[in-house]
Design a protein around this ligand. Structure first.
Ligand SMILES: Cc1ncc(C[n+]2csc(CCOP(=O)(O)OP(=O)(O)O)c2C)c(N)n1
Ligand SMILES: [Mg+2]
Length: 281
């Protein structure tokens, strides 16, 4: 990927991060940490890869995306707004009683959302069903799904994975956001899913390990998954929870709490500085 393209993606990821902070600050609640850790992969998918049309969000042969870790909705809303599915201004209505942008994504109200999620473990099962539907129709679309590393503690993830491999669902790519933290501690302390790559391999997946903040690595993984003809692909992404807002990085306390006014100002200042360093006006 050339430097100009990388810069463009990085600028978009900065906008996604600002959208996340804007949302949770105005809501006075929500999940900034696990939203910030997936800004790069979401940006890559929605800017470069997914065949989706904001003017026709339910187009039948569109690629599907399922945010299985549904609490990271602020990140999904921010990239959907960037991509033109709805106005960016609406990000400030996150979690307000009359808003369509609730704390977890609802496919019935939010343009661009393919699956309602929030109960961990269920999204990947829906994604597997979509990939099976695609296969039965001769593979007209691909399916992408993001699961959390804490979410791997849900047995349903492994039932879905076993089935995906058994049915040779090669159009399915599952990204694991391995930020090493879950709701109230490190994933090792709470209920360790390690070693993650070996588990997906044992379940019959094509497994790729990457730095989840590196666009070249994300691109290479997505392309390798598209070349795979037999197996579903699991991309295990090493990431930093809270990435981009220094005081939130790798800090478990920012899983599910909102910044106050002072913290909000500091976060926006930092993100604006990142955009400026990339050459934004
Ligand atoms: C079935 C279910 N159990 C519990 C929760 C509450 N919960 C929300 S987020 C979370 C931790 C998830 O950790 P992880 O998957 O690592 O997410 P990330 O670090 O990416 O935020 C939990 C337990 C839930 N949403 N669904
Ligand atoms: Mg996690």
């Amino acid at each position: 990927m050339d430097q100009t393209e990388k810069k463009k993606l990085a600028l978009t990821a900065c906008e996604v991060r600002k959208g996340i902070i804007e949302g949770v600050f105005n809501a006075e609640s929500g999940h900034p940490g696990g939203s910030l850790s997936i800004a790069e992969v979401l940006t890559y998918l929605y800017v470069k890869e997914l065949r989706v049309d904001p003017k026709d969000p339910k187009k039948e042969d569109r690629d599907r995306f399922v945010l299985s870790k549904g609490h990271a909705a602020p990140a999904l809303y921010a990239i959907l707004a960037e991509r033109g599915f709805f106005p960016k201004e609406d990000l400030k209505t996150l979690r307000k009683p009359d808003s369509y942008l609730q704390g977890h994504p609802n496919m019935n109200y939010v343009p661009g959302v393919d699956m309602s999620t929030g109960s961990l473990g269920q999204g990947i099962s829906a994604a597997v069903g979509m990939a099976l539907a695609s296969k039965l129709q001769g593979d007209p679309f691909r399916v992408y799904c993001i699961v959390g590393d804490g979410e791997l503690g849900e047995g349903q993830v492994w039932e879905a994975s076993m089935f995906a491999a058994a049915k040779h669902l090669n159009t399915l790519t599952v990204f694991v956001d391995n930020n090493n933290l879950q709701i109230d501690g490190s994933i090792e302390e709470v209920n360790s899913p390690y070693p993650i790559p070996e588990k997906f391999e044992a379940f019959g997946f094509n497994v790729i390990e990457i730095d989840g903040h590196d666009y070249d690595a994300i691109e290479a993984a997505v392309e390798a998954a598209k070349r795979e003809t037999e197996k579903p692909t699991a991309v295990i992404m090493k990431t930093i929870k809270g990435k981009g807002v220094s005081y939130m990085e790798d800090a478990v306390g920012w899983h599910g709490s909102a910044p106050n006014a002072e913290q909000y100002a500091a976060a926006m200042e930092e993100l604006n500085a990142q955009s400026a360093a990339l050459g934004a006006e």
